[in-house]
Design a protein around this ligand. Structure first.
Ligand SMILES: Nc1nc2c(ncn2[C@@H]2O[C@H](COP(=O)(O)OP(=O)(O)OP(=O)(O)O)[C@@H](O)[C@H]2O)c(=O)[nH]1
Ligand SMILES: [Mg+2]
Length: 176
């Protein structure tokens, strides 16, 4: 399969790190649609994506990948089907510091499958550095219960090399 014109999407709840990840890996300044969070700050985070993020990414000297970030807020859920149109893969970012990470995992996988049943998905768990109670085993058992053993890794969205590894994992799933 050719790696030309591949569109990928970052999905997941508010604060998971979708916009941060795009900033970490973008070839040049990404398109972003950040607005102040109406409810005030969310940890260090004071803005939220209201339409989408977009950047091109050159990975390993291949053709550029076209990478979009979804808004996490429920209010903008209508953007998901629009942005997922034509996408080949999704990186689902989840925040390990959230107590309802299991529900969020199920919720986002259900929604993504409803929009694009066969899309390739890999999972990146952020904030593992500040979430002592988090266990990857919990995520794996959710995936087992769902009958979909997707690749899942902990990742820091601020770290370019870690995000690159996650994108390579997704590309392997797409090409396989
Ligand atoms: N400690 C820690 N902070 C992280 C990690 N990954 C991302 N962050 C921080 O978490 C916040 C994520 O914010 P955003 O990137 O705006 O989140 P988003 O997913 O785009 O959220 P919405 O656009 O509101 O849906 C930022 O303050 C990042 O610096 C991580 O692995 N560890
Ligand atoms: Mg964002």
């Amino acid at each position: 399969m050719s790696l030309d014109n591949i569109k990928l999407v970052l999905a997941g709840p508010v604060g998971a790190g979708k916009s941060t990840a795009i900033n970490s890996i973008a070839d040049s300044a990404p398109v972003s649609t950040e607005m102040p969070l109406l409810e005030g700050s969310y940890g260090e985070k004071t803005t939220t994506t209201v339409a989408m993020d977009f950047a091109t990414i050159h990975l390993d000297g291949e053709a550029p990948l076209f990478v979009y970030g979804l808004p996490g807020q429920e209010h903008f859920s209508f953007m998901r089907s629009i942005i997922l149109e034509g996408a080949l893969g999704v990186i689902l970012l989840l925040n390990a510091a959230e107590s309802d990470i299991a529900e969020q995992c199920n919720y986002w996988l259900d929604d993504l499958r409803k929009i694009q049943p066969d899309i390739r998905i890999v999972i990146g768990i952020t904030h593992a550095d500040c979430s002592m109670g988090f266990s990857m085993g919990d995520i794996r058992s959710i995936l087992r219960q769902r009958g979909e053993m997707l690749p899942a890794f902990t990742v820091d969205a601020r770290q370019r090399a870690q995000m690159h590894q996650l994108m390579r994992a997704l590309l392997s799933e797409i090409i396989a």
